[in-house]
Design a protein around this ligand. Structure first.
Ligand SMILES: Nc1ncnc2c1ncn2[C@@H]1O[C@H](COP(=O)(O)OP(=O)(O)OP(=O)(O)O)[C@@H](O)[C@H]1O
Ligand SMILES: [Mg+2]
Length: 474
């Protein structure tokens, strides 16, 4: 899920176009007009003759800056200042004051006014103070934005897990991070192998150097070598200029090689050489380049078996598996499921600006029971979708996708033989009904027809089994 980082400058989100919006508050119509003449070339202008009208505007229209006369007829400027700040603290306020009220203006700085202008003032002076105020505003917003980005990144890098084996892995990751040993991360798809590779890099002394991830299996076969090791100009047709490979790009940092089991034998030899010599040769090049990279590789295949079958070099295997880390599938650490659910509900509620308190106990129970063939990634995707779809404050059983409710996908498959006949046939019936419903995309009339049931009988059965149509049946 890539969210484009966008810096929220003062003008970037102004709905009145790209120009900052200034509200002039002054009871003197002549003065309002002269402000307009000076400012309207550069800014969007709004004006108000009194405090209540000014607050009305601030409440309903995005305003970047308020030019506020300290002496107003029915509500004193200081009060307007306080109320504006209460509505939106980030609106900058510049006070306009006469010499005799300068002391009030100085006092008002404590209430959050950016600065004050004493009448009469020069045009340049006015423009300069406005520019400074808007600059501070955009800086403040940038800081808020960067801070939230930082939090977000922190959040997406966290490894959630209380399971004993996951705790052991966390300690192993911390220890390994201090070394430069090669690491082999194994585990089923979606268990968090890349997350672990990144954690090793982040906790290592190399954290401020690059982390370069490459999946040779995702690159056209003919290009893998030059992608990894780079090439010299003219090395092959199309090599218009020298290109650095991922190894060189990762210099000083960490290189993450994904799906390592798919690496072709010729490249296995080359990789072995890099690990032994700590140097590479660009394709078409004649000299060697020293490189300093920590290597982390991952695979969801059984690499030992690949060695036994002769498709993966044994010597390379031992070079890579200096520190082997095996991530258990999610179904073998069910205690982590509620934690991960909570983690992702929180993340996506924040991201989609939703207020979802959590997951109903029966829905959570179904999730804990489910076998999660796609592991954490599957869980994450489902929660993302649910948070996006659900209207209420709680994710209920009926919101869950069918896979999670279908008994034959459950890890604790019902052992039909062990049940009394009535219960067993009921369970059997339930499974058939569910399967038919799934096939007809929960069109109950259609399902009833196929099953040879009256529509109402089907309804009664579903109620008895507490089965509800999932929200999203596509
Ligand atoms: N323990 C965990 N805590 C929080 N998020 C996790 C955890 N494990 C995995 N994830 C998240 O699940 C998703 C899949 O993880 P990752 O990409 O690391 O899996 P993988 O093992 O590399 O999968 P594949 O073999 O399919 O490439 C990522 O978004 C990752 O952040
Ligand atoms: Mg991966």
């Amino acid at each position: 899920m890539a969210r484009e980082p966008r810096l929220l400058g003062h003008s970037a989100d102004s709905p009145r176009g790209t120009r900052p919006v200034i509200l002039v508050v002054d009871d003197d119509a002549g003065l309002r007009e002269s402000f307009r003449l000076i400012l309207e070339d550069e800014y969007e202008l709004l004006d108000a003759a009194d405090g209540p009208r000014a607050l009305e505007i601030v409440r309903h229209t995005p305003v970047d800056l308020v030019l506020l006369d300290i002496r107003l007829p029915d509500m004193d400027g200081i009060e307007v200042l306080e109320r504006v700040k209460a509505i939106d603290e980030q609106i900058e306020v510049i006070l306009v004051t006469a010499v005799k009220t300068v002391r009030t203006a100085v006092g008002a700085m404590k209430l959050g006014a950016f600065d004050y202008l004493t009448k009469p003032f020069e045009e340049d002076e006015l423009l300069a103070v406005i520019r400074r105020a808007l600059e501070r505003r955009s800086l403040e917003r940038e800081v808020v934005f960067l801070r939230s980005e930082l939090e977000r990144r922190h959040d997406t890098e966290a490894i959630v897990g209380a399971d004993a084996e996951m705790q052991r892995l966390a300690r192993l990751i911390a220890q390994t991070a201090r070394t430069t040993s090669s690491v082999l991360v194994t585990g089923e798809s979606g268990t968090g192998k890349e997350l672990i590779a990144r954690a090793i890099h982040r906790q290592s002394p190399r954290h401020d150097k690059p982390f370069v991830a490459v999946n040779p299996a995702a690159i056209a076969e003919t290009l893998v070598e030059s992608e990894l090791f780079g090439h010299e100009k003219g090395a092959f047709t199309g090599a218009m200029q020298r290109k650095l490979g991922r190894f060189e790009l990762a210099h000083g940092g960490t290189l993450f090689l994904d799906e390592i089991a798919m690496l072709k034998p010729e490249l296995q030899v080359k990789l072995l050489r890099v690990l032994q010599e700590r140097e590479i040769e660009r394709v078409g090049g004649t000299r060697t380049v020293k490189i300093d990279v920590r290597i982390v590789v991952a695979t969801n295949a059984d690499l030992k078996q690949a060695v036994a079958q002769g498709t993966f070099r044994e010597d390379l295997y031992y070079r890579l598996a200096v520190v082997p880390i095996h991530v258990p599938p999610l179904r073998d650490r069910r205690d982590d499921i509620p934690l991960l659910v909570e983690h992702f509900v929180r993340r996506y509620s924040r991201q989609f600006l939703k207020t979802i308190d959590g997951v109903a106990p029966d829905a959570l129970a179904a999730m804990v029971e489910y076998s999660w063939p796609g592991n954490v990634r599957e869980l994450q995707n489902i929660i993302e979708r649910l948070v996006g779809l659900v209207d209420g404050a709680v994710i209920g059983l009926g919101d869950l996708p069918l896979d999670l409710l279908l008994p034959d996908h459950r890890a604790k498959a019902v052992e039909t033989e062990a049940l009394p006949l009535k219960t067993a046939s009921d369970e059997f019936e339930r499974q058939i009904v569910l399967r038919v419903l799934e096939r007809v995309r929960w069109n109950q009339s259609e399902a009833a027809r196929i099953l040879g049931l009256h529509r109402n009988s089907l309804k009664i059965k579903l109620e008895r089994w507490k089965i509800k149509a999932p929200r999203d049946v596509s």
